[in-house]
Structures are given as structure tokens and as C-alpha cells.
Ligand binder design. Structure first.
Ligand code: SF4
Length: 709
């Protein structure tokens, strides 16, 4: 008998923005894989969480979409691609390029994302390409740009290990970025002086390592950090030299904070915090040189998400706690390649290589590089507006790639209705059923994790190679190939004539350095040293943080310790902020505030994690966490089913009494879809209000009511 062919391949995890490196031992005969953490990968140094270590259980083919389908019948690739191109072309010819859209995902590899963005913005000529990253970190992008003039994460994971104070705000890191959490826990064991503050309305597992938990009232983050800014100024804790040399807008920002937060007692009251705890937090921040603030969706998913980001950045900037060893703000990205999407301009509001529609010359520069005269003239519709436009019939064709908006977007019933009304819906996915896929006219089988091959960038700007472990399953194809084939059929043969993903990566790298010698602004994301990367170098690429240039051939761990921001005068903007309450307030009819988020053992809409039996054991069905006092008030019984209702929709969930929940707030996990739990989609409840700068929805604050079922 022949020996099974086993080999070990270095790749990255399919799930979160931590971006862990994996050593996958693969048996290509049996399609089996066992995974271990890669000890050399700078994101995890060998660690994996429950989701990552279960990846081997998720590569079976039982739920895979393996052939193209047109209106429910199996089709050849040629037929399906011709149909997509024909329908898109007909609609574009009749209604113009704004009548079509692509809605992508932070699950896409950089090469896939690059090609999708190039097709829509550069050749179809519309800005209508947005992504589920809009729901995830677009407020961080807007906040970074407003403060720094660029979307630059100033620090690295290792700063969390070198800090003496870590503030974790708006993040249940223990569940949502578990390996980063494990790194912090280990660092704290080594450094007994390290203090940890967790800011979250809920008492989550992340609080287990907190020296101080601040259960702030939902949505009051700007007050909390404006109060800190005032405290820093009053106590003369600011870094005068840094403020004068490298920032602007100090007076206005401080005046706005003074206005908002005249007294500590007022802030404590409005944030519903204990005054003594608040003072402890302020003192620790003021007096600890090495301070990192790690923030995530609790900050971003808000009608004031961008302001919340800037409130945090203001405090780091005035104290010079940025871009230094053990010191700086760290936006934790949600998805494995959210950062890669930002690099290629995969948001409706941005251009490739960190360029911007609103900066004169940028769109022309990208058009020159792509050699196109069809470049989109301006921004497209961000996610919530995009599906409203589909609902209203203004956008008539949508191509959804690697995501499930019928579940994950706010006001999900309306989104589902929009997709039903859509004249032409194409969905590329690697599974046979999702709530969105079920409505598609054309289904395109995409390669999934373990087959697709390309680059991803994690939270700390580290580019890693996610490698194929197996040949493509069935007739599935990589997303970059599918998009390029449609582009060719739309008449753009020359611009999309790729035969291997490395060619796309080279082009992406070349664009990042194109015509930027006299424009410092374009150098934060410059990886042009990789523009000539050989196929062998690409295959062997080791994780590297950007930028990657002659000056920084091995990347750069930190930005901004010496200023050099990417604004026109290279100074950071301190932003004057006024606290604004969440857009929809609780009422007599909807008296509770719904907060939503992830579970430890599931990922997004469960298409992959639900395949791993042990991951389903953690929490097997939709539930609602509610304080026992509220439970009794609403006549609920612990363990029974309840109906939750908002102005936008209803869902059902099992009641879980827990004192970890503040009175007046409830929590529901985001994961369940129609497939996995009838009436268990929490997106049906969520208000579709968005942040005015980022377009990110307010997923953490929806007024609801609850009743026994
Ligand atoms: Fe995967 Fe994130 Fe877990 Fe790392 S922390 S193994 S990237 S899910």
C-alpha cells in the first residue's frame, strides 16, 4: 500500500483580525488537516484559540457549493460568467454604472479585493463597491484619517506586552481576539506592575484579568474620554513639546472637552460610573508612560463611532503616548483581511493604496496607473445606503461576495426584501446555503479557506501569506479569477488578464508606490519594494508589517513617535468633540437597550464554525442575556424562550438571567441565521442608524422590548 502524502504548510487562520499563523499538516489523499499554531508567526507565536484550532473539522465538502448555478440549475462556468456579464452590461447600458454594485467581505484575500475594487471603480466606473468591513472598523478608518491624515495603525501587538497600562475598551477580547488576550495575560504574569482597565457596559470574560472594570453606560465613550482629556490638561499631564511640535487644534479640543465635562462628578453620573473608579482610571492613564488603548466594535459600531475613536486618539496625542514602545492606540480589526481591504480601497468611500476621492489628483493618479478613462468620479454608497438603494430600485444588480448581508446588516428584514426585489443578484460563496445565497439568480462557487491562496493583513499591519492546502474543490474557483473573467467579458480584457495571483499582488504593490516620490502622504502604505516579487519569493513570503520600502525593507513596527503625520502640514489633528447620545433612545414602548456581539466559539454567520461539533457545544442556540431584575420585571423565566421586538423587527431567543448584564441592557449574539435557527436572526432588530463620517451602523444600541413567548 502507498503511504498517505502528508506535508506541513504554513498558512493563516480563516477567522479574526488577530491573524494567527498556522502550521497545517495535510493529507491530500484524504483531505484531512491538523492544525497547530506557528511558533514563528508574530501574531500568535504558536498560540491558537478554540476557533482556529478547530479549523481541521471545517474542510469537509458536505456543505460546499461546487458548481455554478443559474436560477437553480447547474451551469458551466462559461454560461454563468456570460450570464453575469450580460446582465451587468445590460443594466449599465440602460441605467448607468451607478445602477450596479459589489458588496464584498473582509474574508476576501487582498488579491481578490484588489481586482473587485479595480473592476468597479476603475472600469465599470462606479464607487459602488462596499464591504462588510463597513460594519466592523470603518469608524476606526475615519477616526485615523481625521487625526492622522491617513488610515495608519500606529502601534503593534508587542506594545501590549511592553505596556504598564492596557485599556481594553469596547471589546470582549477574551472571546473576540482570544490570542491577543492570551498574550496580554501572559505578559501580565511576567510584569506584575502591569495594570489592565476594561471599559464595557457588560461584565465579560475579558474582565477576569481587569484591575478595574468600568461598566460605562452604553454609548457614553466620548464623555469618558473628553473627561480624561480635561483631567490631563488640568493636571498638567500633557506632553507640551509633542502637542506644540506635532499637533494642531489643541485649544479647540480642550475647550470642547471643558464644555462637555465640567466636573468629575458630572461625568461619573452621565457615564453611570463610580466616581472613585473613574478617578483611578484617569490617574493611571495620566501617570503611566507606557499605555496602550486597544479598542474594537464597542467603539466603532455607533452613531458616534468616529467621534469615539477621535476621543481616544486625542488623549494619546496630547500625552505623546503614540507610536512608542509600549505606548499607543490600537484599533483591533474584526476580520482576517479587513486591513487588506483598506489597503486596496475596498470601501465605497476610499481609493486603492490609501488614496482618497476627496483629495485632488488621487483618482486621476489611480486612473493613470490602471490606464483607464472610465474611473469613478466619486464615492459610492456605503453598505446601509447601498441596500436601501437596492430596496428602492435604484441599484438594480448586486454581486455579493463572501458575505451574508440578509443576516448581518441592520434592519435585516428590509435587506432581505431588498435582495428579493433586486433585478439581478449574483452571490459568490463557498457554501450551498445562506440566507443571501438562497435569493441569488446566479450562484458562483468560490474557493474556501484551505484552497485559496493569497495575502491577508492583520490588525497590526502585518501582511501574511494564506496558502492553499488542497487543490480547488469541485468546480470552485478563486474569487480573483471569477471577477477577472467577468471583467474580461465586460470588455476589459487587457486590464484583467491575470494568470496567477502573484501578478495581482505585484500590481497592488506597484500602485502603492506609484508617483508618490513628492507626496509624503502616500508613503504610510507603501509596499512598492514587493512590486517585482518573484513567484518563489511570494510563495515563501514571511509575515512583514507595512510599509515595505527601501527605507524599511523589513517593515515598520511603529508610526508617529516623532510626529510626521500624513496631513498637509504633517501635524496630527486634535478633534474638538461634543458628546452626542445614541441616535435612538429607549422609550416606553421599547425600554431596553440591545447590545450585540460575538461568541467565543462562533464566527460571523456560522457557515464554517457550525461544521465543528465542539464549537457548537459552547452556546448551541440564540439567547438573550438579561439582568435578573429586568427578567422579573418583564415576567420572563430563566431558560424559557422570549420574543424580542424593536421598531424594525422581531426575533426569538432563550432567556439567560445574568448579573453580568447591566439593568436596562440586554445582549444577543450576532451569529444565527435562518438556516441555523428559525427567527433567530438578531439583525432583524438592529436600528439602521449610521455614523455620519464612517457610515458604520449603530449595532450596539437599539431600543427593544421583550416578552415571554
Ligand atoms: Fe484564528 Fe483569531 Fe483565534 Fe487567532 S485568535 S486562532 S486568528 S480566530
Amino acid at each position: 500500500s502507498t503511504q498517505p502524502s502528508c506535508k506541513t504548510i504554513k498558512t493563516t487562520c480563516a477567522y479574526c483580525g488577530v491573524g494567527c499563523g498556522i502550521n497545517a499538516t495535510v493529507n491530500t489523499d484524504t483531505r484531512e488537516v491538523t492544525v497547530k499554531g506557528n511558533e514563528d508567526h508574530p501574531a500568535n507565536f504558536g498560540r491558537l484559540c478554540s476557533k482556529g484550532s478547530s479549523l481541521g473539522e471545517t474542510v469537509g465538502l458536505s456543505t460546499r457549493l461546487l458548481d455554478p448555478q443559474i436560477n437553480g440549475r447547474q451551469a458551466s462556468w462559461d454560461e454563468a460568467l456570460d450570464e453575469v456579464a450580460h446582465k451587468f452590461k445590460t443594466i449599465i447600458d440602460k441605467h448607468g454604472p451607478e445602477a450596479v454594485a459589489i458588496y464584498g467581505s473582509g474574508q476576501l484575500l487582498t488579491e481578490d479585493y484588489y481586482v473587485a475594487n479595480k473592476l468597479m471603480k476603475g472600469f465599470i466606473g462606479s464607487g459602488n463597491i462596499d464591504t462588510n468591513s463597513r460594519l466592523c472598523m470603518s469608524s476606526a478608518v475615519s477616526g485615523h484619517k481625521r487625526a492622522f491624515g491617513s488610515d495608519t495603525v500606529p502601534n503593534s501587538y508587542e506594545d501590549l506586552e511592553q505596556a504598564d497600562l492596557i485599556i481594553i475598551t469596547g471589546s470582549n477580547m477574551a472571546w473576540c481576539h482570544p490570542v491577543t488576550f492570551q498574550r496580554i495575560r501572559a505578559a501580565r504574569e511576567r510584569n506584575p506592575n502591569m495594570k489592565i482597565v476594561v471599559i464595557d457596559p457588560r461584565r465579560t470574560d475579558t474582565c477576569d484579568i481587569a484591575d478595574l472594570h468600568l461598566p460605562l453606560a452604553s454609548g457614553t465613550d466620548v464623555l469618558l474620554f473628553n473627561g480624561l482629556l480635561k483631567f490631563l490638561v488640568d493636571g498638567q499631564y500633557i506632553d507640551q513639546n509633542y502637542v506644540e511640535s506635532y499637533t494642531q487644534g489643541f485649544e479647540e479640543a480642550v475647550a470642547a472637552a471643558q464644555d462637555d465635562c465640567p466636573y468629575l462628578g458630572t461625568i461619573a453620573n452621565r457615564c453611570e460610573l463610580n466616581e472613585k473608579d473613574l478617578l483611578t482610571f484617569y490617574n493611571w492613564f495620566a501617570e503611566t508612560e507606557k499605555t496602550v488603548t486597544a479598542y474594537s466594535q464597542g467603539v466603532n459600531q455607533s452613531s458616534t463611532g468616529t467621534d469615539k475613536v477621535n476621543a481616544i486618539l486625542n488623549c494619546h496625542l496630547v500625552t505623546g503616548k503614540i507610536g512608542k514602545i509600549g505606548s499607543g492606540p490600537l484599533s483591533m480589526t474584526g476580520q482576517p483581511n479587513a486591513m487588506g481591504g483598506r489597503e486596496v480601497g475596498g470601501l465605497a468611500t476610499t481609493l486603492a493604496a490609501h488614496m482618497d476621492f476627496h483629495i485632488e489628483g488621487d483618482a486621476d493618479r489611480v486612473a493613470r496607473f490602471w490606464k483607464t478613462d472610465r474611473m469613478s468620479k466619486g464615492v459610492g454608497l456605503p453598505a446601509v445606503d447601498l441596500f436601501n438603494a437596492v430596496y428602492d430600485g435604484k441599484v438594480k444588480a448586486v454581486w455579493v461576495i463572501a458575505t451574508n448581508p440578509a443576516v448581518s446588516l441592520p434592519n435585516a428584514n428590509k435587506v432581505k426584501e431588498a435582495l428579493k426585489r433586486c433585478e439581478f443578484l449574483v452571490v459568490s460563496d463557498c457554501v450551498t446555503n445562506t440566507d443571501t445565497l438562497d435569493l441569488a439568480h446566479v450562484k458562483l462557487p468560490a474557493a474556501g479557506w484551505s484552497e485559496k491562496d493569497g495575502m491577508v493583513t492583520n490588525t497590526e499591519r502585518c501582511i501574511s501569506h494564506q496558502r492553499a492546502l488542497f487543490p480547488l474543490a469541485g468546480n470552485s474557483k478563486p474569487d480573483w479569477w471569477i471577477i477577472s473573467e467577468v471583467a474580461k467579458r465586460l470588455g476589459f480584457e487587457d486590464a484583467f488578464n491575470y494568470s496567477h495571483q502573484v501578478e495581482i499582488f505585484r500590481e497592488h504593490a506597484a500602485l502603492s508606490g506609484f508617483e508618490n516620490s513628492s507626496d509624503q502622504r502616500l508613503r504610510d502604505f507603501d509596499i512598492s519594494l514587493l512590486a517585482d516579487i518573484s513567484e518563489e519569493q511570494y510563495n515563501n513570503f514571511e509575515p512583514t508589517q507595512w510599509p515595505i520600502t527601501k527605507e524599511y525593507p523589513k517593515g515598520k513596527a511603529r508610526f508617529f513617535a516623532e510626529g510626521e503625520f500624513y496631513t498637509p502640514n504633517r501635524k496630527a489633528n486634535l478633534v474638538a468633540l461634543k458628546y452626542k447620545a445614541p441616535a435612538n433612545q429607549p422609550s416606553k414602548e421599547f425600554p431596553l437597550v440591545l447590545n450585540t456581539g460575538r461568541l467565543r466559539d462562533q464566527w460571523h454567520t456560522m457557515t464554517r464554525t457550525a461544521l465543528a461539533p465542539r464549537l457548537n457545544l459552547h452556546r448551541p442556540e440564540p439567547f438573550v442575556d438579561i439582568h435578573p431584575d429586568d427578567g422579573h420585571k418583564f415576567k420572563l423565566t430563566d431558560g424559557d424562550i422570549a420574543k424580542l421586538s424593536s421598531q424594525w423587527g422581531d426575533m426569538f431567543a432563550r432567556v439567560n438571567f445574568t448579573a453580568s448584564q447591566a439593568v436596562g441592557d440586554v445582549f444577543v449574539p450576532m451569529h444565527w441565521t435562518q438556516q441555523f435557527a428559525n427567527h433567530g436572526r438578531m439583525g432583524t432588530l438592529v436600528n439602521p442608524i449610521v455614523d455620519p463620517f464612517s457610515g458604520q451602523p449603530e449595532s450596539k444600541h437599539t431600543p427593544i422590548t421583550i416578552a415571554p413567548f
